[in-house]
Design a protein. Structure first.
Length: 461
């Protein structure tokens, strides 16, 4: 009987894509990997996943909201569907464990019904989790202006400062415009110093996996292992295999995942535009697809890009409410390339002409840029992005903050652009960090996967 592992993902590309890559790594080690995913994400699975005999999708009718009561009809339906998958699989596959995205922690009880142990999975890095935990433990919520508070066991430069408590309002998710603030009907994200939302979600886990590696976050992995009292493994960054094989050449996004999203420029057009620029001269701007700055901040960013010297690519998923972009295009001419819709991010970051990246510091984007040696101008908006930005600026020292206060102004952004594009020390450190990954997927993660395999096999005997 073959050995199998279930992997459960939450909604959103930032969760789905790392879970897909985790399944690929498990399959490469001859595990039968079953990916439990919300049914609306099924169309995002690449053909290579569906064609691999060791990989199997298990779509469930997951609730649209992450925190739902047990009595919710959709949750009950999802639970029944997951139980059916487990019942059908257990006849032919010995299920060793389930790796559960902590945002889907309600599925733990179902696995436990089948005596399947659970490993908690963080699709982001260990720094964010460590800082959230540490800030809670040192009661960081009552820090006053001018005060800082060191977290025992973490690097001193990662001390919690009053500025860390300030959270700027972000624009609404998956769109642009409208008032800032939390999503309608929600309570908003936890405040710094509050109990992290994942604490109850990982209760009962036999270990934790993080989408990171020793080269990026060893102190934070070690801290989490010590604090949680259970094994902790860094198994990432969980980026496509082609990323690791192409670190010294141009990466073509279209060859990794066929985009089903529209764009006003093809990959070939983007390459042509980049080829006409000097090496390391281009600034790339993208905030992902989940949340964005406010409309007012977009105006400030547009003014900063116009007043700055570097040529730039600005990728905007939904630009329908940003009419001023047309005026910006006219004023900057060929110096700017504004991509409306999907952008080939790996292609842009891996091109020799790209010298800086204005990013929200979502973990996948952060890992992609750091691995390719591109300095980051950090503009975090919510959740783990704030601590990812702190990692980039304070610990790795390969970036700068775009926003010095709760509101982004043109002057701050211009200064940040000048720093990221012109600071040779910053560029040098980014290049040194890149060289750690030139041999491909981190060796510490290969060792971590071996350790996970031994750990779950021993528990199963």
């Amino acid at each position: 009987m073959s050995a199998g592992i279930f992997v459960v993902t939450s909604t959103g590309q930032g969760h789905l894509f790392p879970c897909i890559e985790l399944c690929n790594h498990l399959a490469s080690r001859n595990y039968q990997a079953t990916l439990v995913l919300p049914s609306q994400l099924s169309s995002s699975l690449p053909p290579s996943f569906l064609q691999n005999p060791l990989l199997r999708p298990a779509p469930i009718t997951a609730p649209a909201r992450l925190m739902v009561p047990e009595s919710d009809p959709l949750r009950q339906q999802s639970a029944a569907e997951l139980e059916a998958y487990l019942s059908s699989t257990s006849d032919s596959v010995r299920i060793l464990c389930a790796v559960v995205d902590f945002q889907m922690s309600w599925t733990k009880g179902i696995f436990w019904k089948f005596n399947i142990p659970v490993i908690g999975f963080f699709t982001f890095g260990a720094c964010a989790a460590a800082m959230e935990w540490g800030a809670w433990k040192v009661d960081a919520g009552n820090i006053r202006p001018g005060e800082s508070r060191t977290i025992p066991g973490l690097p001193e430069e990662m001390c919690v400062e009053y500025s860390d408590l300030k959270r700027r309002p972000g624009g609404p998710p998956r769109g642009i415009g409208g008032p800032p603030g939390p999503r309608p009907g929600g309570r908003g994200p936890p405040k710094p110093g509050d109990m992290p939302p994942w604490v109850p979600a990982i209760e009962g886990s036999i270990g934790l996996m993080f989408n990171t590696c020793d080269d990026l976050e060893r102190p934070f992995l070690e801290y989490m292992g010590n604090q949680m009292g259970m094994p902790v493994w860094g198994v990432g960054p969980l980026l496509p295999e082609q990323y690791w094989k192409s670190l010294n050449s141009l990466i073509r996004d279209g060859q990794i995942r066929a985009s089903k999203h529209e764009s006003n420029f093809t990959e070939d057009h983007v390459i042509q535009w980049l080829e006409s620029r000097q090496e390391r001269s281009v600034l790339y701007v993208s905030f992902g697809s989940e949340v964005t700055p406010t409309t007012e901040e977009f105006h400030e960013l547009a003014r900063a890009l116009e007043d700055s010297n570097p040529p730039f690519i600005w990728a905007i998923k939904n630009s329908s409410e940003l009419a001023f972009l047309d005026e910006l295009e006219k004023r900057v001419g060929k110096r700017g390339l504004i991509i409306r819709g999907w952008a080939p991010q790996l292609l842009i970051l891996s091109h020799k002409s790209t010298g800086g990246f204005i990013s929200h510091c979502g973990w996948n984007s952060t890992a992609e840029a750091v691995g390719l040696g591109v300095p980051i101008l950090a503009w975090p908006i919510r959740g783990d992005q704030h601590y990812n930005a702190k990692l980039v600026v304070k610990q790795l020292k390969v970036g700068a903050m775009a926003v010095a206060s709760e509101r982004a102004g043109k002057e701050d952004i211009v200064k940040g652009i000048e720093r990221v594009m012109g600071d040779e020390e910053l560029r040098k450190r980014a290049g040194m960090l890149r060289r750690r990954f030139e041999s491909g997927f981190p060796g510490s993660c290969e060792a971590a996967f071996e350790a996970v395999g031994k750990f779950i096999s021993q528990r199963a005997t």
